[in-house]
Design a protein around this ligand. Structure first.
Ligand code: BDR
Ligand code: CA
Length: 314
């Protein structure tokens, strides 16, 4: 089993990523750490505990991390309610918290897990990258204990927060810069693939009809989270962004990835937070510049297999 830490801001799709990890025999969840993002740090942390409680998993350590980005102010959705709702996890009824947080910062919990592990640990990063940037500045020596960072963030072709930028990168561009320049292996599941990894209304009914507690809970999360995808983005289904960062680890054969250079645009007037993805290797082929291939960028998914497995896992 691969030991993993999930660094997240639940968040509907973060919740589904946690549940899919728990259901994956290939992965061993060692800790969940939280970062302000979809909504405030207090709320996303509470939601992380509630999701694990809902799954009747009480022994995975959860720790609260950065309350705001490294440099900029925390940006939440316009009104804070379109995609994730007031609580950050709108829709289903949520349980009372079933256990307590670890009395330490998320970065200290990551440090402990990395120091104690006799195998390299995989980080599933599905919120703004603030905690990871802090970890790399505080303990650069621990980079070698990380097998790979599987992140949901960015996109070669588009954004979803601005036309150019995806939320997790836009929310903390400086942190994203630190992570993309850390030298640690990255698998970047950006919007190119996650917007193809959608679940239709009809498929969500198949999930609900399983009539199991978690299946119904997730179907209700999708009912809520799907609204913005249908109404604002006019997609054919509800986008399962964050679970993609789990599936690329357990089922790489469902995906098409290209290893290439990715840079983070930090200052662009209209493009701040953009991931500049050189999947055609222009810098080397045309300019003759030797650039570092710092990420595997995921472009495509076998959606049918993805959704079928997702439904079974839930
Ligand atoms: C990302 O932003 C959040 O709303 C989701 O949880 C996901 O991590 C998608 O842009
Ligand atoms: Ca997220």
């Amino acid at each position: 089993k691969t030991p993993v830490i999930i660094d997240c801001d639940p968040g509907h799709d973060d919740a589904m990523a946690i549940l899919w990890t728990l259901a994956s025999p290939e992965l061993e969840l060692k800790a969940v750490t939280t970062v302000a993002g979809n909504t405030s740090l207090e709320k996303v942390t509470d939601n992380a505990v509630k999701v694990l409680t809902k799954a009747k998993v009480y022994d995975i350590p959860v720790a609260k991390g950065a309350p705001e980005p490294l440099v900029r102010n925390l940006i939440v959705e316009n009104g804070g309610t379109i995609f994730h709702g007031e609580s950050g996890l709108g829709g289903p009824e949520l349980p009372e918290n079933g256990f307590d947080l670890q009395p330490m910062h998320a970065v200290d919990l990551m440090t402990r897990i990395l120091e104690e592990s006799d195998r390299p640990v995989t980080i599933i990063a599905i919120g703004p990258l603030t905690n990871l940037a802090l970890l790399f500045r505080l303990r650069p020596d621990l980079k070698e204990k990380i097998a790979v960072i599987s992140m949901m963030g960015g996109g070669a072709a588009r954004g979803n927060w601005t036309p150019a930028a995806e939320y997790n990168i836009y929310a903390d561009v400086e942190a994203a810069y630190v992570v993309f320049h850390s030298g640690v292996k990255i698998i970047m599941s950006g919007l190119d693939v996650t917007q193809k990894a959608y679940i239709t209304k009809a498929e969500n009914e198949i999930l609900r009809a399983k009539n199991r507690e978690i299946a119904v809970f997730v179907a209700e999360l999708i009912d809520f989270f799907g609204v913005g995808h249908y109404e604002i983005e006019k997609f054919p289904g509800c986008t399962l962004h964050d679970p993609t960062a789990v599936a690329v680890l357990t089922h790489p054969e469902w995906f098409h990835m290209v290893e290439c250079n990715v840079e983070i645009e930090m200052d662009g007037q209209f493009t701040k937070g953009m991931t500049v993805v050189d999947d055609k290797n222009y810098q080397e082929n045309i300019l003759g510049e030797n650039v570092k291939k710092n990420a595997k960028v995921v472009f495509d998914v076998d959606r049918e297999k993805y959704v079928e497995d997702f439904i079974e896992a839930m």
